[in-house]
Ligand binder design. Sequence first.
Ligand code: AMP
Length: 277
Amino acid sequence: MQVIKEVSSLKEQRSSWTHPVGLVPTMGFLHEGHLSLVRRARAENATVVVTIFVNPTQFGPTEDLALYPRDMDRDLALLEHEGVHAVFAPPASEMYPEGYSTWVDMDGVTSLLEGALRPGHFRGVATVCNKLFNIAAPERAYFGQKDAQQVAVIKTMVQDLNMNLDIVVAPIVREPDGLAMSSRNAYLSPTERVAATVLCRALIAARSLRMGGCSDAGAIRTRMSDIVKEEPLATLEYATVVSPVSFKDLGSVEGSALAVIAVRIGSTRLIDNMLLD
Ligand code: AMP
């Protein structure tokens, strides 16, 4: 497995890769959710490239950039075991050198929910993904449904800018008690870890209401927020029902609908989502 830290070396190496190439962008501290993307990419491509980059431009000034969990040695061992061909793990100065000045700014989906609560987040995400797509030139890039709004942003960018790759989306991998796997789960104390199941409990309740015939998105929202309010360690940021494409709130649920939730457990911010149809 090649471990590459410079853009120029990756561009040199890529001429020797067998196609198709599958790219899996990550911020490292890998778990089974990340590895599910890697395995899918391995099954569908001749060459798999994983990027490990804690992208500073997608973190707000008060967010957890400095504290974000990292374990490069463990990550590399896991990826080697999965048969990954190359890992791209650049320092921030390689991606954003002195004088860096180009950004991908998008309207619409980037202004809602995560975009509204984390100003600049999707500008950083779209910019770094655009750069990674240009550097690795993959035929396919793999993303998790766990970050559903990120998926909508990347798909829109790829379509709007006529980019030459397919975006493949893989399902959310959960712990046995339902908690969606996330590198940020490492911040949770044992009691917080138990409380964190409130996100998926609220989503399951939303889906049960819908399956029982409820098409009133307002009633589904109320049910989710009531469940979060019952959990003393949880602070609700949002729990709503949206279109999985535009992320606009739905009034009534007829076709495709996504329940999305963001909750703080202590100081740890967690997100999750579930399709209601
Ligand atoms: P991150 O390292 O958190 O930026 O995540 C890298 C990729 O892994 C993103 O496309 C995420 O959506 C995806 N991912 C993270 N957690 C999960 C999970 N529990 N199940 C599936 N994919 C995930």
